[in-house]
Design a binder for this molecule. Structure first.
Ligand code: ATP
Ligand code: MG
Length: 430
């Protein structure tokens, strides 16, 4: 099959928008007599006038040939073997063209009984490589030999129309790799695209396939989805296509019994999107806190009333249990769950405005994060506005005023804690 070749004069991709390191890799491959293309999200984003976050290269050179050309090269991945060429902090991923699996049955290509692709290392030509990609918008190739764009799938037309269209038979493609359903949601949200009707149609019926995806891969995908700058829209689409409950079943239950809890998710995600738009830092621990809070809050309330636990003990126990259950689905690394649990377990402490403990609370190293979360809860009417205002005002008061307000004689936490072993402070609070 012949591609439509769009010459340099008829598209807007300029080398000045391509990373120098990616250009170096492309030119080196070409110089050695190989085909070399920029491919995937970078071509899509450049055509849309955006700044790609990374540059992927596709070539007819095999991994050994690639490695022979670059000193700074490492071969990675078992399921999908590719070369990482490292330039300081930037990594250019170089993949060899791949072919479909049909007829091959050896350790280069492995599919399970449900059609899932477990290994994908059968090399092929560009004509074959293109059909293994997910969406038409992600299947465009920018040729370094003459700066043209190769389009086998009408990807350019779909990009112009704002349509996200899965290649091939949608049901087969989702069964091969159920993460494609989540990618559909993420790209639709991020690019402001509509799913083509045939691409959207099977998702509802296949959504439970998500349950069989390894939790580590779901974490990676969640991270990209919730930090793509359009997470509020992605969340809507996850609900619309019945995907959300397979990622966060506990949260789904909590939302069913408490309709108000949905507002916290919407606002929390909108806050993250806004911060990204303003180039402010964001942390996954906050997104996961927002996602898990409705269930943690519900369980803590039950523990408090049924087992007569204190608010703080109840929240600690609920955090532990909910996080443990969630990790079976989405394996959020401990470096995020530990501060998240600490921050959430601090929420009941905002109710206490008297004494040395309240004063020390202000100096807690997670106070700021916990306070941001309190503000979010207040925006959603879960905490009264007066409480939020109190903790806003007290932060800018002088230390003497703080002591007076709290009726405390001690010092603020930071000073009080000096000399304590930092390792102890790192422990989760349960
Ligand atoms: P971004 O990097 O902006 O998130 P991207 O489109 O570059 O988007 P990557 O995950 O970097 O996405 O993948 C690069 C390319 O590899 C994609 O554009 C697509 O062509 C192909 N690809 C990635 N994941 C899959 C998949 N699960 N199934 C089929 N093709 C895929
Ligand atoms: Mg990419």
């Amino acid at each position: 099959m012949q591609p439509t070749i769009i010459p340099r004069a008829q598209h807007a991709i300029s080398r000045s928008n391509i990373s120098n390191n990616a250009l170096k890799v492309l030119y080196r491959l070409k110089g050695a007599g190989h085909m070399a293309f920029l491919v995937g999200g970078s071509v899509r984003d450049l055509l849309l006038g955006g700044q790609p976050k990374d540059f992927d290269v596709a070539t007819d050179a095999d991994p050994q040939q690639i490695r022979a050309l670059f000193r700074n090269c490492r071969l990675v991945g078992r399921r999908f073997r590719l070369a990482h060429i490292r330039f300081g902090r930037e990594i250019i991923e170089v993949a060899t063209f791949r072919a479909a699996h049909t007829g091959v049955d050896d350790d280069r290509s492995v599919q399970d009984t449900t059609g899932r692709i477990l290994r994908d290392n059968v090399y092929g030509s560009i004509e074959e490589d293109v059909w293994r990609r997910d969406f038409t918008a992600n299947a465009l190739y920018y040729n370094i030999a003459d700066f043209s764009v190769w389009d086998y799938t009408s990807g350019v037309k779909d990009i112009k129309a704002g349509t996200l269209r899965l290649l091939g038979d949608p049901e087969t493609r989702y069964r091969e790799d159920p993460v494609r359903m989540l990618r559909a949601v993420r790209f639709a949200a991020k690019l402001g695209f509509e799913l083509a009707p045939e691409t959207a149609a099977p998702i509802g019926a296949l959504s439970s396939q998500i349950n069989d995806v390894p939790p580590a891969r779901l974490f990676d995908e969640c991270l990209k989805m919730f930090h793509c700058g359009h997470s509020a829209r992605a969340l809507e689409l996850l609900f619309e296509y019945d995907l959300f409950g397979h990622l966060f079943p506990g949260t789904q239950d909590a939302l069913r019994s408490d309709s108000g809890a949905g507002a916290l998710l919407e606002r929390g995600f909108a806050n993250t999107d806004q911060r990204i738009a303003q180039d402010k830092p964001t942390t996954p621990m906050f997104s996961f806190a927002v996602l898990l809070w409705p269930e943690i809050r519900r369980l803590a309330a039950a523990l408090e009333s049924q087992q007569q636990l204190s608010a703080i003990a109840a929240i600690n126990e609920a955090c532990g249990e909910v996080v443990h259950r969630q990790l079976q689905r989405v394996s959020v690394p401990r470096r995020f769950t530990t501060p998240m649990r600490e921050m959430l377990a601090m929420q009941p402490r905002f109710a206490n405005r008297r004494g040395a403990r309240a004063l020390r609370f202000l100096g807690h190293r997670r106070f700021r994060a916990a306070y941001d979360f309190l503000l979010l809860r207040a925006e959603c009417g879960e905490v009264d506005a007066e409480t939020a205002q109190f903790w806003t005002d007290i932060q800018t008061a002088s230390e003497a005023e703080q002591r007076k307000t709290f009726g405390a004689r001690g010092h603020r936490g930071r000073r009080h804690r000096r000399g304590r072993s930092p390792r102890r402070a790192e422990q989760p609070s349960s």
